[in-house]
Design a protein. Sequence first.
Length: 316
Amino acid sequence: MRLIRTLVLGSVFALATAGHPVAGAEPPTGALDPARLKLASANALVYEPLTGKALYQKGADDVTPIASLTKLMTALVALEANLPLDEPLAVDIEDFDYLKGSSSRLSMGLELPRREMLRLALMASENRAASALARHHPGGADAFVAAMNRKASALGMTRTRFEDPTGLSPGNVSTANDLARLVEAAAQQPLIREFSVTPSHVVEVQPTGRTLGFNNSNRLVHSVDWDIRLQKTGYIREAGRCLVMLVQIASRPVVIVLLDSVGKYTRLGDANRVKYWLETGRSLPIARTAIAAAATAGKPPRTSAVTAAAARKQRR
């Protein structure tokens, strides 16, 4: 399933498992029953890179908008261009969001090194930072987006398409399975791992010298109960709330992909349900608020791959 599994096993996940032996993990992978895991996210994948096995999947090949999960590919392409990380990049009018009208504290003319733009794009999901990275690419933003699509093709992300570097466009689409490939590739970049899990960060912007503080868009990075090695959140109306993570759970690295969650906290609740299931083999219930939010949005949560398959069979 994974074309880069060999590289991962030899490098990144050796790092991910350092000090955390895989042998003796509880419960054993074979004891996990996917039918017992109940998630509210419309599309989900729980994937074990060391074995190449999908432990749980629901609509994992469904194509859906991915919002700011896009920024993992933005970061990957920006780093692979090998441009100077200390080069100052200025925010321009072209970096403003006229599609969704999202706000930003990176004002017109502000300058930050490429390194800091990359960090803010990953940890704080800063749209203008992501746009500036693409605009300062050789050939400009159009060439950058073309490079994103070439990289997706090279990674075998056959159902993925990018239209912009921020994820504000609903035309940025992918699947849970494709995004697991992206997580694996991004995890090979130490800066992406570091920047994506930075809890908070202060930058000094030029030319004023003023300082700005930013917090991670994923509150789980602050939790002592989680060992997160890489993460990215995303949200636009068309995509719902999204989350991808490379985490250490039950003594093994796991990739979690959660797409199209309705409600502000549903993706975090689903992440905790995945963690509990991997640790115990049992499932936590879906909160009534998540069910109510999904019903209001016209997207009743599918509680398991088994029930979803049964529903499809009934409709036939």
